[in-house]
Write a new protein. Structure first.
Lengths: 681, 314
C-alpha cells in the first residue's frame, strides 16, 4: 500500500472501527476499556490530522474505489483539499476530545456501564469522517445515516431522563427530514446527469461533469440546502439543537457542536461550489440572509438561557450563522465573477469553521468539567468556581474570549475577515446589493457584541462571585486528561489567532480550486506577521503584535508598580453597613440578561409573573416574593406546533382503523384486494 | 529612518499618557465653571492619580486573579490603541498592526474584562454595572462600526492612516455621508466613554451608575490604572474622531517642525472638543437606561443614513 493522504485517512477510519471491534473483549474491565478505546481514537485522530494536513498542504486529490455496497454500485472515496481541510478540523477536535474523554468518562464508572457510549463514540467519529470522504451519493447518505444514528444513541445515553428521550426523538425526526431532502437533491442531480437512464450518475464525479438546467439545479440546491440546514441548526430549523446537544455527555456535545455541524457546512460548500458550480446570485443571498438571521437569533436565544450547555448549544446556531454569512457572500461574489473577493469570503467562512470547532469544543469540555465537578448544569446554582477549579476557569475563559471575537484570539480573525468581505461588497455591479449588503455588517457587529455580553454572563455567573447553590457539592478540579484536552484546545485558539497567515497560506488552495483565485495574504513588505487580504493599504491586522503589545504593557506596568512593595490587604466585602449581604443577592444569569430581554423581548415568547405575599402588618413589607419566568422559542409555535398537531390528528384518524378485532382486519384485506382488482385489471 | 519613526511612536505614547489626564482636567474645569462652582484646576487628575498610586490596595476576600489582572489589561489595551491611532504623525511603525475594526475590538477587550471584574466580588452593584455596560455596548458597537464603515467606504480602507491620507488628497470635502457619520459618531462616543446622557462619570448613586458600579470595589494602584485608562479612553475617542473626520494638522512627514505644528493643532482641537463636550453634558440630563435604545438607535439610524447617502448621492 502506497502512502497517500487517502490511505492514511482510511486507515484512521479503520482504526476507529477496530476499536469498536475490541470493545466486547474489554467489556468486563470498564476502566481498561475507557483507556484503550479513547487512546485508540486519539491515535486515529492524529492519523487523520496528518492525512488532512498533507492533502491540503500538497494540494493532493486521491481517489479510492471500494468494491463493496450494492452490486455494480461500488463505494467511491476521494480526498481533495476541501475534504482534507474538513478532515483536519474534525480530527483536530476529536483528538482533543478523545484525550479529554479518558478523564471525563471515568466519572460514569460505578454509576452506569459505558460500553455503549464507547462503541457509539467511535462509530460516530468514523461516520463523520466517512461523510467527508464519500465521493458518491450512495456512500455519502449511508455515512450520513451512520453519523445520525450513532449520535442518536449518544444523545440517548442517559435514557432514564425524560428530557433525553424527548430530545433524541426530536433530533431523529429532524435528521431524517433533512436526510430525505438531501436524498432527493442527489436524486435530481444523479438523474439529470444520465438523463434518468442509468444508475451511473450517482458518483460525484459524474455530477461534476454534468451541466444542469437552472430550474433543476435550483431545486437540487434548495433541497440540499434545506437538508444541510436542518443538520446545521440554521434558524428556523434549529429547535432540535438546543435540546439534543446539552443532554448528551459533554464530550459528545463537544463533538456534535464542534464537528458534526461542520459536515453540513461541508455539504453546502461541496454541493454548491463543487457539484453544481454555476449558480445565480440569489442562492448566495438566501444563504447570507439565513446566516444573518441565525447569527442574531442564535445569540439572543443564548442570552436568555441559564443552563450552561444549552447556552453553548444556542451559540452553535449563532456561529453556524456566521460561517454561512461568509459562504453566502462568497457565493454572491462568485456568481458575479469576482474570484478574489469570493476567495476572501470563502476563507473567512472556512476559517470560522475551524475556529468554531476549536473554541466550541473547548467551551463544551469546560462545561463538562463543571458538570463533572458539581453535577449541575443550571448556572443559577453556581458561582465562585474559579477558586476551586482554577485550571478549568482559566481555560474556559480563553474559550469565552475566543468566541466573543476579541483579539488576539482566533474568533476575531475570522470575524475580521468577514467584515472585510462585507466592506468590499460595494464593488458588486448590482445597486440593490451594494446598498443592502453593508447593513449585514451591522448585524454581524451586533452579534459579536451580544456574544461578548453573553459570555460575560456565562463566565461571570459560573466562575465568579460566590457559590449560589443550595446544595454544597464537593467540587474538584478536572483531572490531567481532561485538562490536557482543554489546554491543547486553548493553545490552538491562541495560535489560530496570532498566526493566521500560516494557516491561511496552508488552506489557500481551497479557494483557488473552488472560487478560481488565491487569497494572497502576505504581499510585498508585509510578511507573515501581518494579515493583509486584498492590499496592505486597504486593511491589515497583526494578531501577534497585538498580543505582544498588550503583554508588554501589562508586564511593564506590573513591574513598575511593584518596584516599591505595596501591601495588599484582604477584607470582607463592604456591605454598606447593613451586615446582611448573602450570596442570593448577587446578580445571576436571569438578572444579568434582563435589560437585553427587555429590549429584544418582542422576539421571544415571554411569560413573566411576580407574586407578592404581603405580611399582616403592612403590605409594604412582603413576606415572600415569587418570580416566574418562562421564555419560549417563537418558532416552536409558528412552525413546529402546527405540524405536530396535524400529524397527531392524522394518526388519530388513521388509528380509528385499528380495532384489535381479527374480523375487521380480514375485511380490510378483502376490500383492498377487490379495489386492486378493479383498478389494475 | 526606522529609528526615527520609533521615536515618534514613543513620543506619541508619552503624549497619550501625559496629556490624557490634563484633558479630563480641562473638561472637569469647564464643567465646574458652567455650573458656577470653583474648579480644582486642570492638574487635579494628576494629583488624584498620584494619591491613588501611593495608597495600599484593599481587596475583597474572594477577589480572584481576574480582579487583579483587569486593571493592567485595561491599561495595556488603552496604551496599545494609543500607539495605533495617528495623533501627531502618520508615520507610525505599528499603525498597520490594526485597523479601525481592531481598535473597536481593543476597547471591547477592556470592557469584557472590566465587566468580569465587576462580577468577581459578587456584590449586586458590580453585577448591575456589568449587565448594563454590556447591554449598552452591544447596542453601541454596531452603530459605531456603521459610522466608521461609512468613512471607510469613501476612503476604500479601514486603516486609519489611509483614511487620513485620502482626506488630505482632497477627495473628501464636506460630504453628506460624512456629516451623518460624524453625528452618529458623537452620539456613540458619548455612550462608549460613559458621559451624560448615557452614564454619569461623577455619580456614585446606585441607580444611575454604570461604569462606576463595575469598578466600585477597586482601590489603590488598581483604581489608579483604571482611572488613568478611562481618561486615555476619552482622549483616544477624541483622537479617533479627529483622525476620521477632521485630521487637518496631523503630520504626513516626520520632521520636527511638522510634528510640533501637529502638537499645537492637537491641543487646539482638544480645547474645542472639551468645550463642545461640556456644552452637551450641561445641556442634557441623564437618560433612563431603557430610553437608551432610542438614543443608540438614532445613532445607528444616522450612520445607516450616512451609508445610504454615500451610495445614493455620491
Amino acid at each position: 500500500m502506497i502512502l497517500s493522504p487517502i490511505n492514511i485517512i482510511s486507515s484512521s477510519v479503520l482504526l476507529l472501527l477496530l476499536s469498536v471491534a475490541i470493545v466486547p473483549l474489554l467489556k468486563s474491565n470498564q476502566r481498561l476499556l475507557i483507556n484503550t478505546s479513547f487512546m485508540l481514537s486519539s491515535l486515529a485522530s492524529l492519523l487523520g490530522i496528518a492525512g488532512g494536513v498533507w492533502a491540503v498542504g500538497g494540494g493532493i486529490t486521491n481517489k479510492l474505489i471500494l468494491p463493496i455496497g450494492l452490486p455494480d454500485l461500488p463505494f467511491h472515496l476521494r480526498v481533495d483539499p476541501l475534504a482534507g481541510f474538513f478532515i483536519t478540523v474534525i480530527c483536530l477536535l476529536s483528538f482533543f476530545v478523545s484525550l479529554y474523554s479518558v478523564g471525563y468518562i471515568k466519572g460514569y464508572l460505578g454509576r452506569r456501564p459505558v460500553t455503549s457510549l464507547v462503541i457509539f463514540y467511535c462509530i460516530f467519529l468514523a461516520g463523520i469522517l466517512m461523510v467527508v470522504l464519500a465521493d458518491d451519493a450512495l456512500f455519502f447518505l449511508i455515512a450520513w445515516e451512520v453519523m445520525a444514528a450513532a449520535s442518536y444513541f449518544l444523545v440517548m445515553f442517559e435514557d432514564e431522563r425524560i428530557e433525553n428521550r424527548r430530545a433524541a426523538f426530536l433530533y431523529m425526526i429532524v435528521a431524517h427530514v433533512g436526510a430525505i431532502a438531501i436524498l432527493l437533491s442527489f436524486g435530481i442531480m444523479a438523474g439529470l446527469t444520465t438523463g434518468f437512464e442509468s444508475f451511473n450518475g450517482y458518483t460525484f464525479d459524474a455530477m461534476r461533469q454534468a451541466e444542469f438546467p437552472l430550474k433543476w439545479a435550483t431545486a437540487a440546491f434548495l433541497l440540499a440546502f434545506f437538508g444541510f440546514a436542518a443538520k446545521a441548526g440554521v434558524v428556523p430549523l434549529h429547535v432540535w439543537l438546543p435540546e439534543a446537544h446539552p443532554v448528551a455527555p459533554s464530550n459528545v456535545s463537544a463533538l456534535m457542536s464542534g464537528v458534526m455541524l461542520k459536515t453540513a457546512i461541508y455539504g453546502i460548500v461541496r454541493v454548491s461550489f463543487d457539484l453544481i458550480r454555476v449558480f445565480p446570485w440569489w442562492w448566495g443571498a438566501i444563504v447570507l440572509i439565513l446566516g444573518l438571521i441565525s447569527a442574531v437569533m442564535g445569540v439572543l436565544y443564548a442570552l436568555m438561557q441559564h443552563d450552561l450547555k444549552r447556552l453553548l448549544a444556542y451559540h452553535s446556531v449563532e456561529n453556524i450563522g456566521i460561517i454561512l454569512i461568509g459562504i453566502g457572500l462568497s457565493m454572491i461574489f462568485t456568481s458575479f465573477h469576482m474570484p478574489l473577493l469570493s476567495a476572501l469570503a470563502l476563507i473567512a467562512g472556512l476559517y470560522h469553521t475551524m475556529n468554531h470547532a476549536v473554541f466550541k469544543g473547548l467551551l463544551f469540555m469546560g462545561a463538562g468539567a463543571v458538570l463533572h465537578a458539581t453535577d449541575e448544569r443550571n448556572m443559577e446554582e453556581m458561582g465562585g468556581l474559579i477558586h476551586r477549579m482554577p485550571w478549568t476557569a482559566a481555560l474556559f475563559l480563553i474559550g469565552c474570549v475566543s468566541i466573543s471575537a476579541l483579539p488576539p484570539f482566533n474568533g476575531f480573525v475570522s470575524e475580521w475577515l468577514t467584515f472585510q468581505a462585507f466592506l468590499l461588497s460595494p464593488a458588486l455591479p448590482s445597486p440593490l446589493l451594494k446598498l443592502l449588503i453593508p447593513l449585514g455588517a451591522a448585524l454581524l457587529a451586533l452579534t459579536g457584541a451580544l456574544a461578548a455580553a453573553c459570555f460575560v454572563k456565562a463566565f461571570g455567573v459560573t466562575f465568579l462571585g460566590h457559590w449560589r447553590g443550595h446544595r454544597n457539592p464537593r467540587v474538584h478540579e478536572a483531572d490531567w486528561f481532561m485538562r490536557s484536552g482543554m489546554i491543547l484546545a486553548a493553545l490552538t485558539c491562541l495560535l489560530l489567532g496570532i498566526l493566521p497567515t500560516l494557516f491561511i497560506d496552508w488552506m489557500d488552495i481551497i479557494p483557488e480550486q473552488l472560487a478560481g483565485s488565491k487569497l494572497r495574504i502576505s504581499a510585498g513588505e508585509y510578511n507573515w506577521m501581518w494579515l493583509t487580504p486584498v492590499a496592505p493599504e486597504r486593511a491589515s491586522y497583526s494578531g501577534l503584535i497585538v498580543f505582544l503589545g498588550i503583554l508588554l504593557v501589562v508586564v511593564a506596568a506590573y513591574l513598575v508598580l511593584h518596584i516599591r512593595p505595596g501591601a495588599i490587604h484582604r477584607a470582607p466585602i463592604w456591605d454598606c453597613g447593613f451586615g446582611k449581604l448573602n450570596q442570593r443577592m448577587q446578580y445571576n444569569a436571569t438578572s444579568f440578561s434582563m435589560p437585553i430581554r427587555r429590549i429584544f423581548g418582542f422576539l421571544f415568547n415571554i411569560k413573566e409573573q411576580v407574586k407578592l405575599t404581603p405580611r399582616a402588618v403592612h403590605k409594604a413589607f412582603p413576606k415572600r416574593l415569587n418570580y416566574y419566568l418562562r421564555i419560549r422559542d417563537r418558532f416552536w409555535n409558528w412552525l413546529y406546533k402546527p405540524v405536530v398537531e396535524f400529524s397527531f390528528r392524522v394518526s388519530r384518524k388513521v388509528g380509528l382503523l385499528q380495532q384489535g378485532r381479527i374480523q375487521a382486519y380480514l375485511i380490510y384485506s378483502f376490500i383492498t384486494i377487490i379495489v386492486l382488482l378493479v383498478f389494475s385489471r | 529612518m526606522k529609528l526615527y519613526r520609533f521615536i515618534i511612536e514613543i513620543l506619541q505614547i508619552a503624549i497619550l499618557l501625559g496629556v490624557a489626564p490634563a484633558f479630563t482636567g480641562w473638561v472637569r474645569m469647564l464643567k465646574c465653571w458652567s455650573q458656577g462652582r470653583t474648579s480644582a484646576g486642570i492638574f487635579q487628575p494628576y494629583r488624584d492619580l498620584l494619591k491613588l498610586f501611593s495608597k495600599d490596595v484593599l481587596l475583597a476576600d474572594n477577589a480572584s486573579w481576574i480582579f487583579r489582572f483587569t486593571p493592567y489589561l485595561v491599561f495595556g489595551t488603552a496604551v496599545l490603541a494609543g500607539a495605533i491611532i495617528p495623533m501627531l504623525s502618520l508615520e507610525l511603525p505599528i499603525a498597520s498592526t490594526a485597523d479601525v475594526i481592531v481598535l473597536v475590538a481593543l476597547f471591547a477587550i477592556a470592557r469584557f474584562f472590566t465587566a468580569l471584574a465587576g462580577m468577581d466580588i459578587g456584590t449586586a452593584f458590580g453585577g448591575m454595572g456589568s449587565s448594563r455596560e454590556m447591554t449598552i455596548a452591544s447596542l453601541a458597537e454596531p452603530a459605531m462600526l456603521m459610522a466608521i464603515f461609512t468613512v471607510s467606504l469613501a476612503s476604500k480602507s479601514t486603516s486609519l492612516s489611509q483614511m487620513v491620507h485620502v482626506i488630505y488628497s482632497g477627495q473628501t470635502v464636506l460630504r453628506p455621508s460624512i456629516v451623518f457619520a460624524l453625528l452618529a459618531f458623537v452620539l456613540i462616543a458619548l455612550a462608549e466613554t460613559g458621559r451624560i446622557p448615557v452614564d454619569n462619570p461623577a455619580t456614585h448613586l446606585e441607580l444611575t451608575m454604570i461604569h462606576e458600579a463595575m469598578i466600585l470595589e477597586y482601590s489603590g494602584r488598581h483604581l489608579a490604572l483604571i482611572e488613568w485608562a478611562g481618561m486615555m479612553k476619552l482622549f483616544l475617542f477624541v483622537m479617533l474622531g479627529v483622525a476620521a473626520f477632521a485630521p487637518w494638522g496631523i503630520a504626513e512627514s516626520g520632521d520636527i517642525v511638522a510634528i510640533s505644528a501637529a502638537f499645537i493643532f492637537m491641543v487646539l482641537k482638544l480645547v474645542i472638543v472639551g468645550i463642545v463636550l461640556v456644552m452637551i453634558e450641561t445641556g442634557l440630563a441623564k437618560m433612563r437606561i431603557f430610553r437608551l435604545t432610542e438614543f443608540l438607535g438614532s445613532a445607528f439610524l444616522l450612520a445607516t443614513l450616512g451609508m445610504l447617502s454615500y451610495f445614493i448621492l455620491e
